[in-house]
Design a protein around this ligand. Sequence first.
Ligand SMILES: Nc1ncnc2c1ncn2[C@@H]1O[C@H](COP(=O)(O)OP(=O)(O)OP(=O)(O)O)[C@@H](O)[C@H]1O
Ligand SMILES: [Mg+2]
Length: 200
Amino acid sequence: MYPSSRQQLRQSLRQQRRNLTPQQQAQHAKAIRNHFCLHRNLQQAKHIGIYLAQAGEADLSRLIRYLWRKQRHCYLPCLHSIKPRQLLFVAYTPQTPLVANRLGILEPRNKRPISLKQLDIILMPLVAFDAYGNRLGMGGGFYDYTLAAYKHRFNRQAPKLIGVAHSFQQVSHLTAQRWDVGLNAILTEQRIITRNSHGY
Ligand SMILES: Nc1ncnc2c1ncn2[C@@H]1O[C@H](COP(=O)(O)OP(=O)(O)OP(=O)(O)O)[C@@H](O)[C@H]1O
Ligand SMILES: [Mg+2]
């Protein structure tokens, strides 16, 4: 896919995401939480990288409340104060004070990160995905930079990467760029799409 069509795809899908009604968003949030709860591998995750939805991204707030009730540990991405596109994952509990970062996204005020190796899974937002686990994000390359060391998964401790999306964000095929880090699975309001039959 040429850069211009990647940009066009981003624009049109971001608009569709923003056009969802609050009712549709709430319905998707509930369905996504239910799929997560019923999936054996996801259920077992103890340390979970997660995100706070913005601009129509699939909303995980219900799932976060469920995970807190089940004593799971959630971590939010924060911008690194020096390295421009690096994300740090910082513990997120109901008591965590949040502040808006330079992109206007809320993140924990106290940036004491955990090592990525300690995360079992990372749930990440996306703009488009395909059935092969290719991900198109907002275009900042934040997740690609942050996860570059795990691109080839030689490291068995690597967290499983789970894209979260509305089902209309699926496209037939995305061409992965050399830096793109692929997903193990995609969670939508309709189903969980995995790249093999074993669950991830
Ligand atoms: N590991 C890397 N090495 C070199 N360049 C990278 C790397 N990761 C990302 N980039 C750069 O980041 C830019 C944006 O990447 P890309 O278009 O894949 O963003 P994205 O995955 O859609 O965004 P995001 O993850 O922030 O939602 C690319 O143009 C590329 O130059
Ligand atoms: Mg990318």
